[in-house]
Design a protein around this ligand. Structure first.
Ligand code: GFB
Length: 310
């Protein structure tokens, strides 16, 4: 067996992979560029180098990601960057003989109007929510590419569908980040400057969160054990409201100031409840990191690294 290559190695999930891996990040290779992508995969899969150093498995976490604000404001980039990155990586894996590939989708790719809970086979049953349709359609095409390559080339490539992910080393950008890192950053500034904490939207939407460490562990398990063409959900299937997330963050950051809900800001999709019975059937004893513990760890990481954060 050769080496594992992880794309997006500096990112939220990619940075959770440790040990004898090849970590690829956007400073090393622009995966939107076909030639650069092929050159780097050719290099790492060169059969002339010692077998144990040859890359034969890939976990592809690299993507243009962002919260509801970024998804609504940069639809063109979210479509182009993700469709180019995924197309180039999957094709380069095929061209240079990568034996196993795991690509990342997200529960936001599911149709907005479908019977809940979300299950893997419902991905293409209708349009996604308008707030992230560009990203969702680009991601759906990687599932189509994977399935087509399995059928034509018999390649054991597959995909995982995580819910909203959080954890240390996230993107804490207040305008473009996801809800948990944005709120931790905003709460920190509000506490330091004795100002109000402003939450986007009504606070009523519901979300499911999985810690980046669980996503890394479970996608590693998928790499080594899961050989089906159908994607597999990575989810705790535990919904929480945005209001309750705010309470957990405010409590764990000892914020005593006023919390304001700015209804001029987008709520995004109301909910995207997922059914995790497939992964639970495979791993009935898997213990997910508890939400409150994961939030505490992420707040500690932020406060330790501020202002050297993304
Ligand atoms: O994490 P988030 O931006 O992504 O927003 P989505 C989740 C919810 O948090 C929305 C609320 O209901 C927001 O209105 N929210 C409250 C905030 N305050 C804030 C804030 O300060 N910043 C942000 N960002 N949200 C994304 C998709 O949707 O989910 C992506 O757009 C991707 O493509 C990601 O799939 C996982 O869950 O709404």
């Amino acid at each position: 067996m050769g080496r594992l290559l992880v794309t997006g190695a500096n990112g939220l999930v990619g940075s959770q992979f440790k040990g004898n891996i090849i970590g690829l990040n956007s400073k090393v290779c622009d995966l939107r560029d076909k030639t650069s992508t092929e050159n780097i995969f050719k290099l790492y899969t060169d059969k002339n180098i010692q077998k144990e150093y040859v890359v034969d498995r890939v976990i592809h976490t690299a993507a243009k990601v962002g919260g509801v604000g970024a998804n609504m404001n940069y639809k063109g980039e979210f479509f182009y960057d993700n469709i180019m990155i995924n197309t180039n990586v999957i094709e380069s894996c095929r061209k240079f003989g990568v034996e196993k590939l795991v690509v990342f989708l997200s529960t936001c790719v599911f149709p907005d109007n479908v019977e809940y809970p979300l299950t893997e086979e419902k991905i293409h049953l209708g349009p996604p929510h308008f707030s992230n349709d560009a990203y969702a359609y680009a991601k759906r095409m990687s599932e189509v590419q994977i399935r087509s390559y399995r059928e034509q080339y018999g390649l054991n490539y597959t995909s995982v569908i995580p819910t909203n992910i959080y954890g240390p080393n996230d993107n804490f950008n207040i305008e473009n980040g996801h809800v948990i890192p944005s709120l931790i950053h905003k709460c920190f500034l509000a506490r330091e400057n004795n100002t109000d904490l402003t939450i986007w939207g009504s606070g009523n939407p519901l979300r499911e969160f999985i810690h980046s460490k669980d996503v890394a562990n479970l996608s590693q398990w998928v790499l080594e054990n899961y050989n089906e063409s159908e994607p597999i959900m990575l989810s705790t299937s535990e919904e929480i409201s945005i209001k309750d997330i705010v309470d957990v963050i405010v409590e764990n950051m000892y914020f005593k100031g006023k919390v304001i809900f700015d209804k001029t800001k987008p709520d995004g999709q109301f909910r995207k409840p997922s059914d995790n019975s497939k992964i639970k059937n495979y791993l009935p004893n898997y213990e997910f990191i508890k939400f409150e513990d994961g939030i505490k760890e992420t707040i500690d990481w932020f406060e330790k690294h501020y202002p050297n954060i993304r």
